[in-house]
Write a protein that binds this ligand. Structure first.
Ligand SMILES: [Zn+2]
Length: 163
C-alpha cells in the first residue's frame, strides 16, 4: 500500500479502515507507515523521503526512489533497525523497480522463472508466471497475495503458478 495521510494521526480514515477490514492492507503495513512518521519527528530528513509502497509479505518491504534508499536506511542502518524494532518484523528497503520484472524479482527473490505466459481474457491481459514446484518453499508469499500485490505495484494482472 501507499501510506495515507491518516496514518500521521491516531485514527484511520474511513477509506483505510475499509481496506483494513477487507484485508487489502495489513495492520503491519499501517504500523510501519506510522512508525516512519514517528521516526521522522526525531530525524527530520525522513520527511524528504517519499514512501512509494509498503508491502507486508511476512517481512516488510518498503519501496522508495533510488536516491532515497540511503536516507531511510539511515547512518549505519540505524533507521531501518529502529523501524524493524518498532514493528517487530524484518524490514527491507528497496529502490522502486523500473519494470514489472523488477517487482516480480523483489517479491520472489532469486527464484528461476520457467516462463511467463500471456493469456488474453475478457478483463484484458493476464501474465502467468510459471515456477517449478520445487521452489515453492523458497517463496514466502502466497500466489493469491502475489497477484494482489502485483496489481497494486504494476497495475497488471499477474498470477503465480507452480508446476
Ligand atoms: Zn487513510
Amino acid at each position: 500500500m501507499k501510506p495515507c495521510e491518516c496514518m500521521k494521526t491516531d485514527k484511520l480514515c474511513e477509506d483505510c479502515r475499509k481496506k483494513l477490514d477487507n484485508n487489502i492492507i495489513t495492520q503491519k503495513e499501517i504500523e510501519l507507515a506510522k512508525s516512519i512518521y514517528k521516526l521522522a519527528k526525531i530525524h527530520p530528513e525522513l520527511n524528504e523521503v517519499e514512501i512509494k509502497h509498503i508491502i507486508d509479505i511476512g517481512k516488510i518491504l518498503v519501496f522508495v526512489e533510488p536516491q532515497d534508499v540511503k536516507k531511510i536506511i539511515g547512518p549505519g542502518s540505524q533507521y531501518v533497525r529502529e523501524l524493524s524494532d518498532m514493528v517487530k518484523k524484518y524490514v527491507r528497503i528497496n529502490a522502486i523497480p523500473r519494470s514489472t520484472k523488477g517487482f516480480i524479482k523483489s517479491l520472489l527473490g532469486n527464484v528461476p522463472i520457467n516462463r511467463i505466459d500471456t493469456i488474453y481474457t475478457n478483463d484484458g491481459e493476464l501474465f502467468r508466471i510459471c515456477i517449478n514446484r520445487r521452489y515453492s518453499s523458497k517463496i514466502s508469499i502466497s500466489p493469491e497475495n502475489f497477484g494482489k500485490i502485483m496489481k497494486e505495484l504494476s497495475n497488471k494482472n499477474i498470477e503465480l503458478v507452480f508446476e
